[in-house]
Design a protein around this ligand. Structure first.
Ligand code: UGA
Length: 424
């Protein structure tokens, strides 16, 4: 099929490379010329395992072409995906202006049989809004919702081994076109109406955010009552109704999706006359998780951070990505710095101008009073802990991801502190 993807951001790039891998001919429309140049030189603007290779292969086989003009990009396309940014507008809502103006601009280039597919995460009712824009312009192209369920760090696999594909269409014929587009994937296809598809996306993210916030609370409680959260989670997860996934204790959720989508769902609910105190509490409980970690670090350093040097391993919001948007690591670093600490940070992929870095994980701990593990990169498991101990001025390792083996840390002569264990 001839497909267009408007927007060469994270979602658009994975979608384009994935569809080309399935054998479709994909035209990518992107207004940022610098980004287009980078892509045509075979370079990815983001770090996402496997994406550069998949994209480069598609370009090589002529299955992806790049266009700075959206009209040129949609010419001859059966299906047009909109993978454009919908940033928070500051009032808990998504700013749809980029999406709306792209649709207005596309109208003259759309055929009556074109199917415009909304891939961006958008508030419930956006498909209807875009429908009314097209109707107002006398354009009979269809609008379909097809939310993405890609996780950063595993997005290529999430596309190629998708568990489900959700298609929200007004007309069965449009849904059928989309279903054929994804032929070749083993995913379950759920066909529904556009509003239900839009809500599915928020429900999935809000549930996952709620789930991990609940288990962070259990981890905190384990600390207070003297239980070991590792054992509690293992035992709870053996119940098949619960399962052992998505319950790793940590500094709370971050990234470009959960914080934005949980707030947006609270707003969507209240805009529609439904109060959602449970989700509001998830958001505030998640914020408190960072402060709790900061408080514990302050206690480890005897209540005074003014002369403390804290080395942080990890900057990105989770392992496997260089994304620092709403990163708990940076939020914690900011709180520590505000209390007077000198914070330095190293990450295998992510960078920040806010805190000085060093050549590697060993160099960063030089002279540190405390080492904070803020992101769960597996690379940290391979660092020589005896060497860490030698280089540090202090002896405390605060593992905010429960990543390291407590015994190995102790054997290296360091004091191990982590989440959900009273004496650690
Ligand atoms: C999330 C969803 O998992 C995807 O399905 C969705 O498509 C995506 O948002 C989106 O809306 O685009 P992502 O933000 O990449 O993906 O990251 P997750 O792996 O879900 O992690 C989110 C946050 O939860 C991270 O801060 C992570 O460290 C934290 N987390 C996750 C935990 O603290 N504990 C866990 O057990 C799991």
């Amino acid at each position: 099929m001839n497909v267009t993807v408007i927007g060469a951001g994270y979602v658009g790039l994975v979608q384009s490379a994935g569809l080309a891998h399935l054998g479709h001919s994909v035209r990518v429309g992107e207004s940022d010329l610098g980004r287009l140049q980078q892509l045509s030189a075979g370079k990815m603007p983001i770090y996402e395992p496997g994406l550069e290779e998949l994209f480069a292969r598609a370009i090589e086989h002529g299955l992806i072409t790049l266009h700075s003009d959206n009209h040129e990009a949609v010419s001859g396309a059966d299906v047009i995906f909109l993978a454009l940014p919908t940033p928070p507008d500051g009032n808990g809502r998504a700013d749809l202006s980029i999406l709306e103006s792209a649709v207005r601009d596309l109208v003259p280039a759309l055929a009556p049989s074109s199917i415009v597919v909304v891939k961006s995460t958008v508030p419930v009712g956006t498909n209807a809004l875009l429908r009314s824009i097209l109707d107002g312009a006398g354009c009979s192209a269809s609008v379909v919702s097809n939310p993405e369920f890609l996780s950063e760090g595993s997005a290529v696999d999430d596309f190629l081994k998708a568990e489900r594909i959700v298609i929200g269409a007004e007309f069965p014929a449009d849904a059928e076109v989309l279903r054929r587009l994804y032929d070749g994937l083993e995913a379950q296809v759920v066909v529904t109406d556009p509003v239900s598809a839009e809500l599915t996306k928020y429900a999935a993210n809000a549930y996952l955010a709620t789930r991990l916030t609940f288990f962070n609370a259990i981890s905190n409680l384990a600390e207070e009552v003297g239980a070991d959260v590792t054992h509690v989670l293992h035992a709870v997860g053996l119940d098949r109704r619960i399962g052992g996934h998505f319950m790793r204790p940590g500094p709370g959720y971050g990234g470009s999706c959960f914080p934005k989508d949980t707030s947006a769902l609270v707003t969507i609910a209240s805009d529609n006359g439904y109060a959602f105190p449970m989700l509001e509490s998830v958001i505030s409980t998640n914020d408190m998780q960072r402060s709790r970690i900061v408080e514990r670090i302050v206690r480890e350093l005897d209540g005074d951070l003014s002369a403390a040097r804290i080395a942080m391993w990890g900057i990105s919001f989770k392992a496997g990505t260089d994304d620092v948007r709403a990163s708990p690591a940076l939020a914690i670093a900011d709180e520590l710095a505000a209390l007077g600490a000198t914070v330095v940070a190293w990450d295998p992929e992510a960078r920040t101008d806010e805190y000085p870095s060093a050549a590697g994980p060993l160099e960063i701990v030089e002279g540190a009073d405390l080492l904070l593990i803020a992101t769960e990169w597996p690379e940290f498991l391979r660092v020589d802990l005896a060497e860490v101990a030698k280089r540090m001025a202090g002896e405390t390792v605060f593992d905010a991801r429960n990543l390291l083996d407590p015994e190995l840390v102790s054997e290296a002569g360091l004091r191990y502190r982590c989440l959900g264990r009273r004496n650690a």
